[in-house]
Write a protein that binds this ligand. Structure first.
Ligand code: 5GP
Length: 215
């Protein structure tokens, strides 16, 4: 069996054998469970960023998608950008991010999708210039979180408008108790999430991860 690229940390808890990868260990150490199904990881992932961790995340996505032809990494601003940059570096390809745009007068030079923000509960149009996505592009789509899947669906719609091939989607933290992961996998895409949170409790701060192959 293929082994995980992360260092695996194992321990016994309440009679159960638990294995965590490097990222899961960090989430348990520094993540904060907020009410409203929000996991805060702003001390290492999406506000202050731990660059060594970013490098490791980039390498892990390369390990998981390295057998695919990837010509470009695509993400959505803001918190996907830092992560996608490290992934793009591993693949040696450019990274392009969908920009949020308030403007209703978007000209024909842009691919446009509407995305509802999970954290801010508002809708944004996101745009990518037609200059930067082409039918011959093979995309790896990256984001920090997957909740209901709106951000990924917006990026998929933009990729489809451009006629680009989606080789896969890589998520750092999937909240497995929300529907996004199931929706994207049911659409037939190759989706890899480095940590899948199956349950979390804002009162106790407990986070339960889904066991993944190779761990
Ligand atoms: P979705 O579109 O899948 O519902 O939500 C994904 C987007 O919402 C991500 O781009 C991420 O920025 C944000 N998001 C969703 N859930 C969380 C969360 O628990 N914590 C944080 N920090 N961001 C989240």
């Amino acid at each position: 069996m293929e082994t995980a690229g992360f260092d695996i940390v194992s321990y016994y808890k309440e009679g159960e054998y638990i294995q965590m990868n490097f990222l899961e260990e960090r989430i348990v150490k520094d993540g904060i469970v907020k009410s409203g199904n929000v996991l805060k990881v702003d001390s290492f992932l999406n506000h202050q960023m731990d660059i060594a961790l970013m490098e490791e995340i980039g390498r892990e996505f390369k390990r998981r998608f390295g057998h695919k032809t990837v010509t470009k990494v695509m993400t959505i601003e803001a918190s996907g950008i830092g992560i996608a940059a490290f992934v793009a570096k591993e693949f040696g390809v450019p990274m392009v991010f969908a920009k949020k745009s308030k403007s209703i007068n978007i000209d024909g030079d842009m691919y446009v999708a509407e995305v509802e923000s999970f954290t801010h509960k508002n809708k944004n149009q996101v745009i990518v210039s037609k200059k930067f996505l082409h039918p011959e592009d093979h995309l790896l789509i990256i984001d920090d979180f997957l909740a209901n899947g709106c951000a990924l669906q917006g990026l998929i719609s933009i990729a489809e408008s451009a006629g680009s091939t989606i080789e896969g989607l890589g998520i750092v933290i999937e909240k497995g108790f929300q529907i996004g992961g199931r929706v994207i996998r049911n659409l037939g895409y190759h989706l890899e999430s480095l940590a899948i949170v199956d349950a979390m409790d804002a009162k106790t701060g407990t986070i339960t991860f889904r066991a993944q192959e190779g761990q």
